[in-house]
Design a binder for this molecule. Structure first.
Ligand SMILES: [Mn+2]
Length: 402
């Protein structure tokens, strides 16, 4: 029996540029988190007695990592080296050009010119596993690299692992770099495909395995949930079992509240948020989305982000002491007051009949030609929205902005 860790998409050195402008302390904390997540993985590798670790690309966020990123990465590799744990690294679209001049002896970075295959042996020299991979040669690798890795594994001994940064099955929302199909992966020589590129943890196939380990540390609310890597245990009969390893330092989550019709004042709104907060023990960055009809619509929309965050910070601290608000997004609408709106609808229709769009546009020094890019449907939608807005103002559902 032996074990190995499959990790990908560390994105060491991510700048968190958007955070730096508004929340420099959080940006610093987040920028250090991927390094610490990798350290945790190294500790787990030692504790679990892993024989080796595979890194399936995007170790660094850029092809020209900072000195700090390189040194921190190297320090962790050296720690693994001292424990006799080998590291196999196939670079992806982010770290394709990041080639350390003299990596520690335990670390193998796959060539980008050809697929390579390395044997991992036990103390008696018996081959336990063969690890094959290839690195991306450019930031936009458009060729399917899976056949090259598969060919390198043909005839290999032991448990056969292919390491590749690739978009398998044309996953939407991710660049189609190194495009491959699941069918070709599972019909080849590999027992386990250690994949990188898709940041969510996914087991695409079992026996043979095709697995995305996901990013070990979420970088935004677009990467929610538990994150880390996977521990693979291979028994003496060559059967593999996959276990998730959660190592992230901060979790990102979004909480959407859509039933806010009853929130007539801010204490009621705060209570609604408090009641809906999930029970998550780990440090958390939480995005709060308020949506649907809400009596406080106009006041929420008039508040700035600092005011909104102050409004909910207490409730969040009280229930989730390790949580920080990432942001508050206001998507609420006015609560329609039916009776008043019905009475006003005729007036709005009359106004619409009396208004001459051409005359209004001329008063604004705009010519109808400037609207020529809109389709009839789009213009009709704008008119409907304007009518709704007018009704909102007239019925007092929405306070006119000053
Ligand atoms: Mn990535």
């Amino acid at each position: 029996m032996f074990r190995f860790i499959h990790c990908a998409d560390l994105h060491l050195g991510s700048p968190f540029a958007a955070w730096r402008k508004v929340r420099p302390e959080a940006a610093r904390e987040l920028a250090l988190a991927p390094f610490a997540a990798f350290d945790r993985l190294a500790e787990l590798a030692v504790r679990e007695g892993a024989l080796f670790m595979v890194l399936a690309g995007d170790v660094f966020d850029t092809s020209t990592p900072s000195l700090y990123a390189e040194l921190r990465f190297r320090t962790t590799l050296e720690k693994l080296d001292r424990e006799g744990i080998r590291v196999f690294w196939a670079a992806g679209n982010h770290d394709w050009g990041a080639v350390p001049p003299s990596p520690p002896a335990n670390t193998t970075r796959f060539s980008s010119e050809k697929a390579e295959c390395f044997a991992v042996t036990d103390a008696d020299g018996r081959i336990l596993a063969s690890v094959a991979g290839i690195s991306h040669a450019a930031a936009d690798e458009r060729n399917d690299l899976a056949p090259l890795v598969d060919a390198a594994l043909s005839g290999a001994s032991g448990f056969r692992i292919g390491v590749l940064h690739a978009n398998v099955g044309g996953e939407a929302g991710y660049e189609p770099y190194a495009p491959a199909t699941l069918a070709e992966l599972v019909s080849g020589h590999a027992d386990y495909w250690a994949l990188g590129h898709i940041h969510g943890r996914k087991i695409l196939h079992e026996r043979p395995f095709a697995v995305y380990s996901g990013s070990p540390q979420g970088r935004s609310v677009n990467e929610p949930g538990a994150r880390g890597a996977v521990l693979v245990e291979v028994d003496d009969a060559g059967r593999a079992a996959v276990k998730p390893l959660d190592v992230q330092l901060f979790r990102f989550e979004t909480l959407t509240l859509a039933e806010l019709k009853g929130a007539a004042d801010f204490p009621a709104l705060e209570a609604a948020v408090r009641a809906a907060l999930p029970a998550i023990a780990e440090p958390l960055y939480l995005r709060l989305v308020l949506s649907g009809p809400c009596p406080l619509n106009a006041r929420l929309r008039g508040a700035d982000s600092a005011q909104l965050e102050e409004l909910f910070a207490g409730a969040i601290r009280a229930k989730l002491p390790k949580a920080e608000l990432e942001s508050v997004i206001v998507n609420t609408t006015a609560v329609p007051s039916a009776s008043r709106r019905e009475g006003l609808a005729a007036e709005v229709a009359a106004v619409r009949g009396a208004v001459s769009p051409a005359k209004e546009l001329a008063a604004l020094s705009l010519s109808p030609a400037e609207f020529s890019g809109f389709s009839a449907e789009e213009l009709a939608a704008v008119a409907r929205e304007a009518e709704e807005l007018l009704l909102d103002y007239l019925s007092g559902d929405l306070e006119a902005e000053k």
